[in-house]
Design a protein around this ligand. Structure first.
Ligand code: NAP
Length: 231
């Protein structure tokens, strides 16, 4: 399988590169010119295409002939970075390719997610401050996802909880809606977020889903699994 990783040099991206190599996939990574050195340990194992991920020509070249595209939707800058990236991937990836995008729980596909007041306050505050300092554009990540949800491509939008570093605990569990008690712990290892993204490439049940994930060893995941086993 040939896989393109858009945003390969970030923390999530590097974990995805490793998972793909572990599975024997051929990997093409896209990252900003100034970040190429972050991928130096993979230098002889992957093809790196430097450039802004919302540069349509860069993406056109990178996704050529790929069976899957893993895209880190980064809400950076104020120039439609996320939506430009997502649009280019959807426009240029082969029509049968699996497209997997990353984002956070704040994205909602059908408005049926239930958020705590703490979460809503955090997103509101973070969004306002970010807009003020013009570094981050959360609204554009929302726009990117809305375009993906309307697309007829074979997409999955993986919605990450809060993240932590650490060794893998295994494939996270997922639910359709934030607010499900199984997600209550709101914590996933970043390495396992990457694992879920890569595993989704070969899981057709996730096509046109926006799974909200949580670590499989987190207390709420364990509690839920116990309950469903006992039932
Ligand atoms: N952090 C969290 O707690 C959290 C929680 C839930 C979901 N998520 C989601 O997880 C994904 C990865 O997030 P992460 O926090 O783990 O970060 P990350 O993996 O380090 O990714 C950040 C990405 O943003 C790029 N980037 C950084 N500064 C940039 C700039 N000024 N202009 C353009 N691109 C820039 C990085 O590229 P370079 O390598 O070139 O810098 C990298 O590809 C995102 O989709 C995010 O929405 C994160």
């Amino acid at each position: 399988m040939k896989v393109c990783i858009v945003g390969a040099s970030g923390k999530l991206g590097q974990y995805m590169v490793q998972h793909c190599l572990d599975r024997g996939y051929e990997v093409v990574g896209v990252c900003r010119e100034q970040s190429v050195q972050k991928l130096v340990r993979f230098a002889d194992k992957i093809t790196v295409i430097p450039g802004a991920t919302n540069d349509r020509e860069v993406i056109r070249k990178a996704v050529d002939g790929c069976d899957g595209v893993l895209t880190v939707l980064a809400p950076w800058g104020i120039q439609q970075y996320s939506s430009g990236t997502a649009q280019a991937v959807m426009d240029y990836a082969p029509s049968n390719a699996r497209l997997i995008f990353s984002c956070g729980w704040h994205i909602t596909k059908d408005g049926k997610d239930v958020y705590s007041w703490r979460f809503k306050t955090f997103v509101k505050l973070f969004g306002s401050i970010a807009r003020l300092i013009r570094m981050v554009e959360l609204d554009d990540q929302v726009e990117a996802c809305n375009r993906i949800f309307k697309s007829s491509t074979r997409w999955t939008v993986v919605r990450g909880s809060n993240l932590e570093e650490g060794e893998s605990q295994g494939l996270p569990i997922w639910r359709r809606h934030v607010g499900d008690p199984a997600l209550k712990s709101d914590l996933t290892r970043r390495i396992d977020f990457a694992l879920f993204m890569v595993a989704a490439l070969e899981n057709d049940e996730l096509i046109h889903e926006a799974p909200a994930i949580v670590g499989c060893q987190s207390p709420s995941a364990l509690q839920y699994e116990k309950k469903s086993t006992a039932a």
